[in-house]
Ligand binder design. Structure first.
Ligand code: GDD
Ligand code: MN
Length: 364
């Protein structure tokens, strides 16, 4: 049993009692990040009467890495992870473990989102966030509640697997990278935390998006990278158009100069985010920036050539009227933008960021 803790002194007594009552003799590993409230001390006190191990780390190093530390410390073959705040019912542990012992699954999640599962009066915004998060993970796993912090697994699932301790969702990380054939879900009622407050802040949400995107890359490396690139490109397009409009309308700038300025600003934005996020590059900034600009300008020219080709050659060839009606031009431009984004992506992958696209490369 692995329980990560940060400032859970007021919960730990009841937790240890209920866990021991429901699972007599089970080993409890507390991984505490040197909580200022003295959780570690209280845990050590309890360890005199229960089968417990207490790991105190130097400081708040994060939930996922605490759980991994717990995996390394625990001695059993079946590992159970749960929160310390009594949101997860310890009485359900035997059921989770039972599913593994019976061979029904190698990982079992305590789930709020299967028949019989529930959540104790959550505010509306937390439900929305939770649903949104589940939606993002939808392409990674069939598990209904992969965000759950309550799960059991066979040690073999993670043996020899390199886990990245990003953010909160170590369970999702294991679902994507672990070695297993069957996974099950057991309904739980997720209770509000007994004492103290949640450690999950707003930055955790951004970290989650980053984590999920990395997991998608783990599954479909190039597709995920391209989607990131395209997403940033989409935002760049909005910046481009907004700036173009503002410069022309608000500052009466000559439209071609406005277009050049809008292009440079949007493209710089795209460069920054692609360097930081899509390719996570630490290469030379000025060199890469120049390369990125060169690719984009080539892309722009390619765009014009493709547009002309599509409107004047391809459209008539596939039988669409050759008139220059705006609709056909726009349609052609949609096709051209897609092709140019592919060109930009491939050119930047193969040139600007060529050192950063090796699969499975460890970053951060
Ligand atoms: N060691 C350590 N280090 N423990 C931590 C840290 C940390 O940096 N941050 C949080 N914890 C511990 C808490 O003390 C608690 O036992 C557990 O991790 C979960 O933290 P909460 O702050 O209670 O998280 P939550 O209730 O917002 O989120 C929980 O529910 C989510 C589902 O809604 C977690 O179980 C999430 O994993 C889960 O997705
Ligand atoms: Mn909690």
């Amino acid at each position: 049993m692995i329980v990560p803790t940060y400032n859970e002194k007021d919960n730990i007594d009841e937790l240890v009692q209920r866990v021991s009552k429901a699972n007599p003799g089970a080993e409890i590993v507390i991984v505490d990040d040197n909580s200022p409230d003295g959780t570690s001390d209280r845990a050590r006190e309890l360890a005199k009467s229960y089968r417990m191990k207490v790991v105190t780390r130097s400081g708040k190093l994060g939930l996922s890495s605490a759980v991994m530390e717990g995996f390394a410390t625990a001695t059993g073959d079946i590992l159970v992870v749960m929160d310390a705040d009594l949101s997860h019912p310890p009485e359900k542990i035997p059921e989770l473990v039972g599913r593994i012992e019976s061979g029904e699954a190698e990982i079992v999640f305590g789930s709020r989102h299967v028949e019989g599962g529930s959540i104790e009066n959550w505010p509306f915004y937390r439900k929305v966030v939770s649903k949104g998060a589940a939606l993002l993970a939808g392409g990674l796993t069939k598990v209904k509640d992969p965000m759950s912090g309550f799960f059991a697994l066979n040690r073999s699932v993670i043996e020899g697997v390199t886990l990245d301790p990003v953010g909160y969702k170590i369970g999702l990380e294991i679902l994507v990278k672990g070695k297993y054939t069957k996974v099950a879900e057991v309904p739980i009622r997720f209770a509000n935390r007994k004492a103290g407050k949640s450690k999950l802040g707003g930055s955790e949400m951004l970290r989650y998006i980053d984590h999920v995107s990395m997991l998608y890359e783990h599954r479909r490396f190039w597709l995920a990278k391209y989607l990131k690139f395209a997403f940033i490109g989409g935002i760049g397009a909005i910046i481009n158009l907004t700036l173009l409009w503002t410069l022309i309308e608000g500052f009466s700038v000559y439209y071609l100069w406005a277009a050049v300025a809008a292009f440079v600003v949007a493209d710089t934005n795209n460069f920054i985010w692609n360097r930081l996020w899509t390719f996570r590059s630490k290469g030379s900034l000025p060199v890469q920036y120049s390369q990125f600009l060169v690719v984009s300008i080539d892309g722009l020219m390619l765009n014009l050539i493709l547009l002309k080709l599509l409107v004047e050659e391809i459209m008539p060839w596939i039988g669409l009227p050759e008139d220059k009606a705006s609709f056909y031009i726009v349609l052609s431009q949609v096709v051209a933008i897609f092709l140019v984004s592919l060109f930009n992506f491939l050119a930047n992958s193969a040139w600007t960021f060529r050192h950063d696209v090796r699969r499975g490369r460890k970053t951060d």
